[in-house]
Design a protein around this ligand. Structure first.
Ligand SMILES: NC(=O)c1ccc[n+]([C@@H]2O[C@H](COP(=O)([O-])OP(=O)(O)OC[C@H]3O[C@@H](n4cnc5c(N)ncnc54)[C@H](O)[C@@H]3O)[C@@H](O)[C@H]2O)c1
Length: 333
């Protein structure tokens, strides 16, 4: 079956997902795109023979659209995800699900009332082969009960507009979701410690360590460094009671010469997670074709928002902030 997709938001990642849908994956057709920037929507639509809308809700309610991708700015996500649920259409929403935990909960409420999963949130690391292998090792019991997860998130640089809060809300959010997913448990409390400032970042609080205590007592230590210049580097290691599992380097080859060895580190997140994004959309399309959603849910979007809110408060106040969540609806069991 061909899933007819409508994409809301034709900016950087919207265009990349449209490329993925139209040039990499099969079983779908992008039939409509929307952007408040009319000219851009028309240009992107024209290149693939799709309809162009400026009104995202009109795109959702177009009877030609079976499933929706939301890649517009974060503050617009709630309206579009709610409209897709109201229309009974599967919706892939880039992170964040919404910009407040209350808004995330309104989405959960609407989906629960609808009685089935329709929402998938764009936490693409869950589709990365190496992270999936890591999770399989944890679940196999080979390293015993997980005790510590160290996650490393390093960006070469960030734009001037990047703020200290964004290090938690936009960057560490991926590590926070990964920790919840790998360890299979919720976050209990968050603390944030700032290291000596990287002078390349000016006044930005960078790097930081986001320290999370999980329900079981396991500890998660996330390094966020966003001006480290050398490459985009993602690391992860779980120490368990009887062993350790570590993400390997991803340099397909290593060159040894002149008494040294060299390998490539990925340049940016698009390169590092290109396969994960492809698998994420392949699996989303398979579920959307059946009128439902899989993978990171609205609950995961909510849990991430609660944890990042706690992280922002912890960073601002220098205190350990407890994470308070509502009960998990049975739909997300
Ligand atoms: N999973 C990831 O790692 C990842 C990476 C990058 C971006 N993102 C997320 O994707 C989203 C988009 O990011 P981006 O970098 O592509 O931003 P962008 O600014 O390049 O593009 C966003 C587009 O949305 C459009 N837009 C804004 N309001 C709209 C509305 N009401 N209706 C329709 N279109 C609207 C803008 O005109 C713009 O073209 C953000 O939520 C961001 O956090 C996720």
């Amino acid at each position: 079956m061909t899933v007819k997709v409508g994409v809301i938001g034709t900016g950087m990642i919207g265009q990349d997902h449209i490329r993925r849908l139209t040039q990499v994956l099969t079983g779908n057709q992008v039939v409509a795109v929307s952007d408040i920037n009319k000219e851009q929507a028309e240009k992107v639509a024209g290149a693939i023979g799709a309809k162009a809308y400026t009104d995202g809700v009109a795109l959702i309610n177009d009877s030609d659209v079976d499933a929706v991708v939301v890649t517009s700015w974060g503050p617009t996500h709630e309206e579009y995800v709610l409209a897709a649920i109201a229309a009974g259409k599967p919706v892939f929403c880039e992170k964040p699900l919404a910009t407040t935990q209350e808004a995330c909960f309104r989405i959960i409420d609407a989906e629960v009332k609808r009685g089935k999963r329709l929402v998938q949130v764009g936490f693409m690391r869950r589709f990365d082969t190496a992270y999936r292998q890591m999770k399989a090792v944890v679940e196999s019991g080979k390293i015993g009960a997980p005790l510590i997860f160290k996650s490393v998130h390093r960006n070469p640089s960030v734009p001037q507009s990047y703020t200290s809060d964004m290090a938690i809300v936009d960057t560490a959010v991926h590590d926070i979701d990964t920790a919840r997913w790998l360890l299979g448990e919720e976050v209990k409390a968050v603390s944030v410690i700032a290291a000596r400032r990287n002078s390349r970042g000016g006044e930005l609080r960078d790097p930081i360590i986001v320290l999370m205590e999980m329900e079981s007592g396991a500890v998660v230590d996330i390094e966020v460094s966003v001006n480290i210049d050398y490459a985009y580097d993602i690391g992860g290691e779980i120490s368990g009671e009887t062993g350790v599992v570590t993400l390997s380097e991803r340099n397909g080859i290593t060159v040894k010469s002149a008494g040294a060895f060299h390998g490539k580190v990925t340049a940016d997140w698009k390169e590092r997670f290109i396969e994960a994004f492809d698998i994420e959309f392949k699996e989303w399309l398979a579920a959307a074709g059946k009128g439902t959603a899989i993978g990171p849910s609205a609950w995961d979007g909510y849990a991430a928002a609660v944890a990042t809110d706690a992280g922002v408060e912890a960073a601002r106040t220098g205190t350990r902030v407890k994470v308070e969540m509502t009960d998990k609806p049975a739909l997300y069991a």
